[in-house]
Write a protein that binds this ligand. Structure first.
Ligand code: 5GP
Ligand code: MG
Length: 194
């Protein structure tokens, strides 16, 4: 296992938590759950960028085989800087453009941590007139929750460790890893304050 090459970083991959095969199996199961729960007619899948992009792509391709053909859109929400601690506020850097009035929205995010991002996104979709809003996250860190929210569809529950890979980054690195791994920081304090 390697991190980005030719660069010295104060962080590196500590261990793989979920292999590419583990992830593929779970994504298949989630696709099945979404397929059984959501109506085919007015479904809009909204990916919360950037961390969800690989998960989102795998989900929508899976939905095709369940005869679900959702409209898709993305929103870029940011609650983190380049470090690992949430700033506490959520900002819309890029809003959706699909009209979600009267539709069934499924929000897709990489990881549910404090819950601030997803809570904000759910409220935003209702404010835009969605009939129902569900959420699907690849990873859930329940021990870190601050906002009153849980996801409808969850891939894996993880402990309070900082994870990267399969779309999740640290400082924009590691998104390309086909697995999900725990990142470790060489210097105490390297994780915070960015
Ligand atoms: P929340 O608003 O729930 O605290 O944060 C959600 C966002 O924080 C996620 O969409 C993700 O971008 C980021 N985040 C939270 N925990 C982790 C983590 O362990 N690794 C990475 N790479 N991002 C995380
Ligand atoms: Mg995110």
């Amino acid at each position: 296992m390697r991190g980005p090459e030719n660069v010295m970083h104060p962080h590196h991959i500590l261990r793989v938590l979920f292999t590419a095969d583990d992830i593929a199996g779970r994504v298949d199961a989630l696709v099945g759950e979404i397929g059984r729960t959501c109506a085919a007619g007015s479904l809009v899948l909204v990916g919360i960028l950037r961390g969800s992009f690989i998960f989102f792509a795998d989900l929508v391709r899976g939905l095709f085989y369940h005869h679900l053909h959702p409209r898709i859109d993305f929103t870029l929400l940011q609650s983190y800087g380049s470090g690992t601690e949430s700033s506490g506020t959520v900002e819309i850097e890029r809003d959706i453009s699909v009209d979600v009035r009267g539709t069934e929205v499924v929000l897709v995010d990489d990881i549910l941590d404090t819950g601030r991002t997803l809570h904000f996104a759910v409220e935003l979709m209702y404010a835009k007139g969605a009939r129902s809003v569900k959420s699907c996250v690849l990873l859930d860190k329940p021990s870190r929750r601050v906002a009153p929210i849980s996801a409808d569809f969850v891939g894996f529950t993880v402990e309070d460790v900082f994870v990267v890979g399969y779309g999740l980054d640290y400082d924009s690195y590691y998104r390309e890893l086909p697995y999900i791994a725990e990142l470790t920081f060489t210097h105490p304090g390297a994780a915070g304050g960015q």
